[in-house]
Design a protein around this ligand. Structure first.
Ligand SMILES: [Zn+2]
Length: 279
């Protein structure tokens, strides 16, 4: 009698258990399905992709537009800044070499206060510590143009092509790594280019320049007042002047007076972004 009862009971139980499992599986698979459809509804991968592409296109178009803005100035054979069409002729360009050493940030801050644009030509050997890199990033973020002045400031005439390549490319890589943008300008140490350095700089999209005058390395002008006076009153100051200065204490101190003095004489300080570069 007991046997007869146990068997059907087991049968009923097992049906219940299995159907329960099946239900659970089904509902969990439905859950998965639901999850997928909800995800699709929320994100719609195709739409997201299209949106992202549209955004990217917009960004690229804006960048191209920026790039396509016609340059207003070019660099002459003697490194002066020459209007291309009807741009203002009475301009001067401020440049600071051998940066970022001890005074570049101070120079950048005081230029910024006067809303004066400039190029900072940097050396790779000044970009080895985090602090130095941070300084360059700050200068770049303030809107100043960054130029390549080689890694170690060697005279390029003394180097092989391979060494020259390293001196120049290493700085471009460093600057791009720190700021996100490669340098737009190249100035050889001592103004000593070789055919190869010129060619390589141009291939890298940098406009090559020397300068038209500068004084801050001469002993009699290693003084704030003497330097401010000569930079503004030298007979070498003319339209398109390309002023060479350095990351030096007396130069940093003289910058506000130099900027003011040039403007008082009617000079507009050229925005480096308006200078033509090799395409
Ligand atoms: Zn230099």
């Amino acid at each position: 009698m007991k046997k007869y009862l146990v068997f059907p009971l087991l049968a009923v139980l097992s049906v219940l258990v299995f159907s329960g499992c099946a239900d659970a599986e089904q509902s969990s698979s439905e859950q998965t399905k639901d999850d997928t459809s909800t995800k699709q509804e929320q994100e719609k991968p195709e739409e997201v992709k299209a949106e992202k592409e549209a955004e990217q296109e917009k960004r690229e178009a804006a960048k191209q537009e920026e790039e396509q803005q016609e340059p207003q100035y070019k660099i002459s054979e003697v490194s002066s800044i020459v209007p291309i069409d009807n741009a203002e002729e009475q301009v001067a360009l401020l440049t600071f070499d051998d940066a970022p050493d001890k005074h570049a940030l101070e120079i950048a801050n005081s230029l910024k206060e006067q809303n004066a644009p400039a190029i900072f030509f940097v050396n790779g050997h000044f970009l080895t510590t985090d602090e130095e890199k941070e300084t360059l990033k700050k200068i770049y973020d303030m809107g100043f143009a960054i130029g390549n002045h080689t890694y170690s400031h060697a005279n390029l005439n003394d180097l092989t092509q391979e060494e020259t390549k390293e001196e120049i490319l290493k700085v471009n890589e460093l600057v791009e790594e720190i700021t996100g943008e490669k340098p737009a300008f190249f100035r050889a140490p001592f103004g000593e280019n070789t055919d190869y350095s010129r060619q390589l700089a141009e291939e890298e999209g940098m406009a090559v320049m020397n300068w038209t005058y500068g004084y801050d390395w001469e002993s009699q002008y290693q003084d704030k007042d003497a330097l401010a006076e000569i930079m503004v009153n030298t007979e070498l100051l003319g339209n398109g002047a390309n002023l060479l200065m350095h990351d030096r204490e007396w130069t940093a101190a003289a910058v506000p007076e130099i900027v003011e003095g040039l403007r008082d004489k009617g000079f507009t300080l050229v925005n480096p972004d308006a200078i033509e570069r090799p395409s």
